[in-house]
Ligand binder design. Structure first.
Ligand code: SAM
Length: 259
């Protein structure tokens, strides 16, 4: 089996080649900044180590992880900057962060010249948040806060994190109507709720949920990763406070998504 350091070196080579190849990142030197890539390598090493004892992700090979975890996580940053959703000091909550994606690469991106965000990585599974916490510390990402909680509880009127953040992210967590109900309560009015999505356009199906939750779709960006996988990145602006009846209990959110 390949040694961890050999795999991490190969990961770095693969990541840099992909950043050069992607239509979304080519020509923006921040995506290949040595400081950021060094932190990516530490997070990658921790991921492969952590995956030996916990079920963190199926994608561990250097090329796959470089593209589907790291590049995929940071590609939307310039889009978020242009939309005015992030700047130095913005607070970001990553809902359902799992092993730390996109939150940890986003936090590391400050070393490449992207905005210095105050990042909170939230997941309901303690095994995953423990890993995210260890990986953040190993990379020296001291500004990252890791929270073990259910999003719908943290964002409830008594949950402590309601309307606390400037922006939310979420990748591979739930269908869009469900995801909006989990994330919108955590974001302040005037902030932004975002979603990393695949090929399908889920926005029409989520139009009722967006309206009920005080969200307005402001950007829908479609692009491909270098391998050809299709992605859609969505930005909603939060224009009104979340009605107190949301979020509902998880079973209700999933069994009767807002129409
Ligand atoms: N975002 C990570 C990624 O892209 O690699 C992890 C994706 S994983 C498929 C989905 C994660 O969402 C799981 O770690 C799960 O525990 C978390 N999750 C699902 N529903 C949640 C909820 N209501 N509150 C908090 N975390 C949740």
């Amino acid at each position: 089996m390949e040694k961890t350091t050999d795999a991490a070196n190969r990961f770095v080579r693969e990541y840099l080649a992909l950043a050069e190849k992607s239509e979304m990142t080519r020509g923006d030197g921040r995506f290949s900044s040595p400081g950021m890539v060094r932190l990516f390598a530490v997070i990658y090493e921790r991921l492969t180590e952590g995956a030996k004892t916990a079920n963190l992700t199926a994608i561990l090979d250097p090329a796959g992880a470089a593209e589907r975890h790291f590049l995929d996580s940071v590609i939307p940053l310039p889009v978020l900057e242009r939309a005015g959703a992030i700047r130095d000091g913005s607070t970001l909550v990553d809902v359902g962060c799992g092993a730390g994606f996109p939150s940890l690469p986003i936090a590391a991106a400050a070393a490449g010249g992207f905005p210095r965000l105050s990042v909170t990585a939230l997941d309901s599974t303690a095994k995953k948040t423990r890993h995210a916490e260890n990986a953040a510390r190993a990379a020296g990402l001291d500004g990252v806060a890791v929270v073990t909680a259910r999003a719908e509880e943290a964002g409830s009127p008594r949950g402590g994190l309601r309307e606390r953040f400037d922006v939310s992210t979420a990748r591979a967590v739930a269908a869009l109507p469900v995801l909006l109900e989990l994330t919108a309560p955590l974001v302040r009015v005037g902030g932004f709720v975002t979603a990393y999505k695949g090929r399908d356009d889920e926005t029409e199906n989520a139009a009722g949920a967006a309206k009920a939750l005080g969200l307005r779709l402001s950007e829908k960006i479609s692009y491909s990763l270098p391998s050809g996988d299709k992605r859609t990145f969505l930005i909603y602006e939060k224009t009104a406070s979340t009605p107190p009846k949301y979020p509902r209990q998880y079973a209700k959110i999933t069994s009767s998504p807002i129409k």
